[in-house]
Design a protein around this ligand. Sequence first.
Ligand SMILES: N[C@@H](CCC(=O)N[C@@H](CS)C(=O)NCC(=O)O)C(=O)O
Length: 361
Amino acid sequence: MTGRDGELRTTDELLKRYKAGEREFEQVRLSGADLHNTILHGIDLSEAILNQANLSRADLRGADLSWVDLSGADLRGADLRGAILTRADLSGANLSHANLLRADLSLANLEEANLSEAILPDGTIQGVITPLEEEDADDTGGTVLRLYYHPVSWNARRVWIALLEKGISFELVALRLDGDQRSPQFREVNPFGQVPVLVDGEFTVFESLAILDYIEAIAPYPPLLPREPKALATVRMIEMLTVNELLPRLMPLMRHEFGETPLDESGLKAVHESLDEVLEVFEDKLQGNPYFGGPALSLADIVAGTVIPWLPRNGHLLPQFPQLQGWCDLLHQRDTWTQTEPTESELAAAKSHLRQLLATT
Ligand SMILES: N[C@@H](CCC(=O)N[C@@H](CS)C(=O)NCC(=O)O)C(=O)O
């Protein structure tokens, strides 16, 4: 813990300690500090003095900024999604283009603050330069999310894991996928008759990757998308490679396993070789990091991590990919993976529907 006696006084020191993993900096005094474009997500700056500070374009997702003096601060374009700004003094602060989605602004002082084109806690965009009305301040758009899923669907499991990692409340609605997905009632939810679907109040989103982006936007902490450009691109690349390269190459093996379209020895060899081509790239992209985006779990791990650990069950072993093997072991240590792993009885129950679905995809 730092700052009770106010000993931390330079931004360089703050940034150095933050980089080293420290997060608690309550009561620091950094009036007029230049923290423009810095990454400080999840930081605890409660009761800090940051008046007139430059925090424009800073990443403050999920930060604790309660009781902070941010009067006259420059917060233009700052990412404040999910930040706690309870009783913060934002009088005269410039918050134009800031993202305050799901931020807690209760009892914050917004007198003469500039909120033009800021994204407000409820997702609306402030068009004109006026302070927030007090009754808006509590509205964090909180409805219980509903996830339509099937326990054996890896597309749905991606979303399920992300929701658990975020620690937000949601309810699960299971489909059997025995034809119920094509019922008129479910087609009202998703006209394509597929899971996953996420319903947030009036808003419905399907396509698992789009759902993951939505979850990241409404619940930014802990972040599942890195901000550093190369890490972000790697995460997106792994997501897309899983969907566009790995899964299509795995399908013939699954059809073979289910006895739908059996392969002869040379057919099997070709499938295994084509899977290895993709896995070699994945192995390379880990680059000695525990996760694809670096030190922390990201959407890449969630998307690839609901497929790759299953390959040995489909007869595709991973010994020539030690990094991927280590990464699989790491994922299996997470509660979110063990909690969402389909059980043998769920797999057995789904077998006949899966065979049918595989025949038609
Ligand atoms: N591209 C979609 C694919 C969804 C999908 O294929 N879902 C499967 C379960 S993994 C499904 O609901 N299949 C039922 C059907 O197609 O009738 C996504 O990423 O969400």
